[in-house]
Design a protein around this ligand. Structure first.
Ligand code: ITT
Length: 216
């Protein structure tokens, strides 16, 4: 069974819709202060695999607000704990661009190397002619920051807008993130997964696990 290394039960509930039962391992890996989610997730996955010896996944996510040049991004957890979710919304000025994106990177590590596999691309974008930037957003890195343990990364992102808080489902910044007129906190897990950053990354991971027969 796959071990999901996280302190956040909301992430586990979303993951189980794609992966079946996973074992939650509440392991507080050192979150390196890095500028990209991939670096944080890869570092965590290596550390957690070394600690457990099991196939593990780590998910590092963040809210990227256009009016703040992408802040809080990789620092979202710290900002939720210090500033708080509602105040992030209140920090935006009425004239500000309301655009934002949620992004996540899931890092998989089982201590083994990887065969070359096709880059995972969002299902709905397959066959489309993606720009270099968009291809970058859908890229899988098999080795990052030159360390020894190979890590495979699965990215997902979703565009939306920052709004006054609505809804009481989900977790974290869900109440202030609106996608197509509905905040993530107004969606149940299945509705959120169908459009969310994490749902997109999980779909790529689930497909890769199946085709690579990694867990059998
Ligand atoms: P772990 O690191 O233990 O997995 P975490 O909740 O700290 O749990 P992240 O560092 O990935 O996870 O999350 C950064 C912040 O973004 C944190 O405040 C989360 O609550 C929030 N967040 C992550 N995914 C989210 C989502 O799908 N919806 C709303 N907020 C989310």
């Amino acid at each position: 069974m796959l071990t999901f290394v996280t302190t956040n039960p909301g992430k586990v509930a979303e993951a189980e819709e794609y992966l079946g039962a996973v074992e939650q391992f509440d392991f507080d890996y050192t979150e390196v202060q890095a500028d990209t989610l991939g670096e944080v997730a890869a570092h965590g996955a290596r550390q957690a695999h070394r600690a457990t010896g099991e196939p593990v996944i780590v998910d590092d996510a963040g809210l990227f607000v256009d009016a703040f040049d992408g802040f809080p991004g990789p620092y979202s957890s710290y900002v939720e704990d210090t500033v708080g979710v509602e105040r992030v919304w209140r920090m935006t000025e009425p004239e500000d661009d309301r655009g934002a994106a949620f992004k996540t990177v899931i890092a998989y590590c089982d201590g083994e190397g990887f065969e070359a596999t096709p880059e995972p691309v969002d299902r709905e974008r397959r066959g489309q002619d993606l720009s270099a930037d968009e291809r970058g957003a859908a890229t899988t890195d098999e080795q990052v920051d030159g360390e020894d343990l190979p890590v495979k990364l699965f990215e997902g992102s979703v565009p939306g807008e920052i709004v006054a808080p609505r809804g009481d489902q989900g977790f974290g910044f869900d109440p202030i993130f609106e996608h197509d007129g509905t905040t993530f906190a107004e969606m149940d897990t299945a509705e959120k997964n169908a459009v969310s950053h994490r749902g997109r990354a999980l779909a790529k991971l689930a497909e890769w696990l199946e085709t690579s027969e990694r867990l059998e």
